[in-house]
Design a protein around this ligand. Sequence first.
Ligand code: RM4
Ligand code: MN
Ligand code: MN
Length: 431
Amino acid sequence: MSTIIDSGRVAEHNAQLRAGLNADYEALGGMLARRGVDIEKLTAAAQSFAVALPSWGVGTGGTRFARFPGRGEPRNVFEKLDDCAVIHQLTCATPGVSLHFPWDKTTDPAALRQQAESHGLYFDAVNSNTFQDQAGQEHTYKYGSLTANNAATRAQAVAHNIECIELGRALGSKALTVWVGDGANFPGQHNLRGALERYLGSMREIYAALPADWLMFIEHKLFEPAFYATTIADWGTSFACAQTLGEKARCLVDLGHHAPNTNIEMIVARLAQFGKLGGFHFNDSKYGDDDLDSGSINPFQLFLVFNELADAAEREGAAFKPAYMLDQSHNVTDPIESLMNSAVEVQRAFVQAQLVDRAALRGHQEANDALQSAQALKHAYRTDVSAILAMARLRSGGAIDPVACYRDSGYRAQTAEARPAKAGASGSGIV
Ligand code: RM4
Ligand code: MN
Ligand code: MN
């Protein structure tokens, strides 16, 4: 496997931090042993954890108002893949990459696949994009895509999704994520039921084109770009559509796509219970689809989501395998650093959820002991598992402190030189 950051440099970095890590790991191991927990099991679990990277997340994002480009931004999908490889090399937690078409469209999927494999990466779900018009496109999506009134517009959107499946197939992906921004800005603009009927008609055609071993993820989102009524606004609609379409259709939960204070972990529990939890787009938010770094605003919520996932895994066994992906936009940080940190935060929530004493929790619940039930979760959440995560990275060949190691490597300065900014790259745009 070829590495982008010099592995000697990573080893030097680790050598400086190793004694401290060993001491912290031993202390934590002793503390966990007194709770009847084997630290080695948790470290092995952390090593097996993976969350996929969004190809669109390695470039600097923006808002509706402006975009402030970073240095050395990737200019094409091959450069995006290099940045993803750096993130995976140092964190050892991000072997998957989720592509977005047509942004990442390539005429040479075989070369892209080969580059990914040479870095130990694979392609997770591919994403279609019918929320903006592409140059030379015949029909506009201004008034909708899969739900459009115009049959030719719907056919074009369906054809794009089928093309995504074909591209994904050549790359080794196994799922298509469909998020549509379709909706209305005014009461009366849409027949609410009619729009969903057209959506289902389009989705049936896409579903029919799925290879046998593929899944289709339906991603709901409360609002934006539609501000009055979004066709797939909530998990209920997503669930009903997934049920209607068939076994291969599942729901995807993007944490930022809910109203503030929504009980997202309960949505996760419901979807898991009814076999429709397809996967996640992890990020964090304060107000809406903010696409902030995972765990940066509400880490307890992230933990509670993983608590439900741990419960589901215990009930369902190995068959329960939702797809984990990040979906973030980085406006004021180096995207590589944000994605490394975020992957570690998601992994942290996963490990902390393993620490919940489920038998004890069940006992407290059966005894109607609300206080102790809550404490059982808090006890796990308050445990600092940083040494486990660092040891997992070290053992997998990554960096004890990925951000420090990355800064020390000079990678960003190299890319700044090798990838001069594109003219006009500072326009506005969410991603
Ligand atoms: C949307 C949604 C989709 C992502 C686009 C770029 O809000 O989260 O997952 O593909 O943004
Ligand atoms: Mn998303
Ligand atoms: Mn989003």
